[in-house]
Design a protein around this ligand. Sequence first.
Ligand SMILES: [Fe+2]
Length: 302
Amino acid sequence: MAATFTIAHFTDPHLPLLAEETRLLAAKPSKRLSGILSWQLKRRHIHLPEILAAAVADIHAHQPQHIVLTGDVVNISLPEEISRAAAWLAALGTPGHVSLVPGNHDAYMAGAFDAAQQQWAAYMQGDGQTPDQHFPYCRIRGEVAFIGVSTAVPTPIFSATGHVGHEQLSALGDLLNTLGKAGLMRIVMIHHPPGAAGASTRKGLTDRAALLEVFARHGAELVLHGHTHKGVFDRIAGRRGPIPVLAPSSASALDPHGENARWHFLEISRTPADGWQTQVTVRGFSPDSGQFCTEGRFSLLP
Ligand SMILES: [Fe+2]
C-alpha cells in the first residue's frame, strides 16, 4: 500500500424525518412517538441536511481511501427512512469504499433493523462474507483491517443503551488475535463508546466491561465510535499499551448548546519501529464562513 492510508470518519448524521411521517405516526402510541417528539421539539433544529451535505462534500474533496460511518444514520428506523438512507449511502460512496456500523437509532424498535440489514448490507459486509453473515465483519484494505461491531439493539422508551453480546465478543477476540498476528493496523468501528464517555446507565453499553476485557486481552490499534454527539479523545487498555478511542460530533449538527458538526481525517502510516502512527485532522463546521475548516491536528503515537 502507499506510505500513508487515509480515512474519513464521520458519525450520527441523523438524516431528516419528513413532516408527513411525523404527522402520521404521532397518532400511534409507541416508542417512535417519543422519537418523533424529540425530532420535532429538538433534533430537527440541530441536525440540518445542508450541514451534512457540506460535510460530505468536504470529505469527498479530501479523497480519502476509505470512509467510516459509525451509525445513527436515521432517527426512528421507519422503512421510508431506511430506503432514503440507502439512496444517500449510494451517493456517499461505493460499498467497498464505505464501512458502516449501525447505531441505536437504526434499530429503534424490535424488528426495525431488518430492513436496514437488507438495504444497507453491502456497506456492512466483510471481505468474502455473504449478506446473511453479520457482525463482527472485517475488511482489509492495504495493511489496515476495518472491524465492524454492532451495538444496535432495540431498547425500551427513553433508553439508548447498546449491547455487543457474547457471540460477537468471542468472534471479535478471535479476529483481533488473528489480525494482530498478521501485523495489520486494526481499527474497530462501533457506535457506542467503549471508554468512560459511554459509561452512563441510560445510554451506555450494557456489556462494556466484557468488551474492555476483549480489548485488554487482544489489543487493537484504534477504536472509532459515535453516539456521544461530541468529540471524544479517549484511551482504553490494550494488550501492549493504551488504545486510542476517537469520536467526532454529529456530522449534521448546528447546535448552539452543544458541538457543531465535525469529521476526522486520519492519515495512517507505519513507524520505523514497525508500529503505527495516526495523524488526525479535525474538520469542523464554521457558522461564520458556512464551510468546514481545519480546527486542529494531532498525532496518535503507538
Ligand atoms: Fe446519535
